[in-house]
Design a protein around this ligand. Structure first.
Ligand code: C2E
Ligand code: MG
Ligand code: MG
Ligand code: MG
Length: 277
């Protein structure tokens, strides 16, 4: 009897693994053809400056909506794109799209904004990464200082052989660097002083509890003052309510990105919002 149960368990485990494998193969298939099939697009989430209550920039977020599989969450498809290497091609498409869009906004004559894009460790270690960025900037005509690369702390610390050299090269081109998901990795604080970092984004997991946990509020305050001492600006990500906003104002946080202001928007929606300002 116990043998049979064991066998059943084994079969169940096996078939769920098979399901996952099949799902991943389907996702790879979708990702491989996403550009040709128009199943990839970009949403932009505005970042507000607290001092002026105006939009200073926006983050480009990749979206996939497949005819066959429906909309896919980035938390599901980004890891598959990274493991399969398809992230290189997809991200190249997204960065170009985002630069084109920002250039168009600048050409309207509105005060220039920063567009930020997420860079994964696979990309940053890919030969030709820096060149491909230069190429996109040249093709789209976007001045480099209006493109921000969001790199997570863990990518920076663990996966780049010579991170300081790479960031210096990116800075030479004129690009800005933002440290994403700050506080979730193995923070080795000394890189903050050694590397050319323009902004850091306090991770949503801290922001979630700043109003209920004295400890998290204290951590946020410490991160902000540490950053300011190093001439680094601070973005709070995932800010959802007015109480969090008030607390972040009080702690002199520079910028806020979150549902309290706006979710990720279609390009036309963001354009309208910016033009209304
Ligand atoms: P991230 O870079 O930390 O992006 C912020 C995520 O938080 C976005 O999720 C955004 O929609 C969400 N968010 C913003 N404000 C709020 C809020 O107030 N409440 C809540 N609950 N969520 C909020 P999204 O778009 O699902 O992206 C998830 C992650 O996928 C991103 O985290 C990023 O790591 C990755 N990702 C997205 N697009 C790209 C891309 O083009 N390339 C790469 N390599 N990664 C990407
Ligand atoms: Mg990001
Ligand atoms: Mg983030
Ligand atoms: Mg995050």
């Amino acid at each position: 009897k116990s043998k049979e149960a064991g066998k059943n368990r084994y079969t169940m485990f096996d078939s769920s693994m098979e399901d996952e494998l099949n799902r991943n193969i389907s996702i790879i298939e979708v990702l491989r053809n996403a550009i040709d099939n128009n199943e990839i697009y970009v949403k932009y989430q505005p970042q507000y400056e607290l001092k002026s209550n105006t939009i200073i920039g926006f983050e480009a977020l990749m979206r996939i909506k497949s005819n066959r599989l429906g909309p896919l969450s980035p938390d599901e498809f980004i890891p598959v794109a990274e493991e399969s290497g398809l992230i290189i091609e997809l991200s190249h498409w997204l960065i170009k799209e985002a630069c084109k869009f920002n250039k168009k906004l600048i050409d309207y004559g509105i005060p220039p904004k920063f567009v930020s894009v997420n860079i994964s460790s696979v990309q940053i270690n890919h030969p030709g990464f820096v060149e491909s960025l230069s190429e996109i900037l040249e093709e789209t005509g976007l001045p480099p200082e209006y493109l921000v690369l969001e790199i997570t702390e863990s990518t920076l610390v663990s996966s780049i052989t010579d991170a300081t050299k790479l960031l210096n090269n990116l800075q030479k081109i004129g690009l800005k660097i933002s440290l994403d998901d700050f506080g979730t990795g193995y923070s080795s604080l000394n890189y903050l002083t050694r590397m050319p970092i323009n902004t850091l984004k306090i991770d949503k997991s801290f922001i979630d509890h700043i109003c209920t946990s004295k400890k998290d509020a204290h951590i946020a305050e410490l991160i902000i003052s540490l950053a300011h001492n190093l001439q680094i600006k601070v973005v709070a990500e995932g800010v959802e309510n007015e109480d969090q906003l008030a607390l972040l104002r009080e702690k002199k946080c520079d910028y806020v990105q979150g549902y309290v202001f706006a979710p990720p928007l279609h390009p036309e929606e963001l354009e309208d919002l910016i033009k209304k300002e």
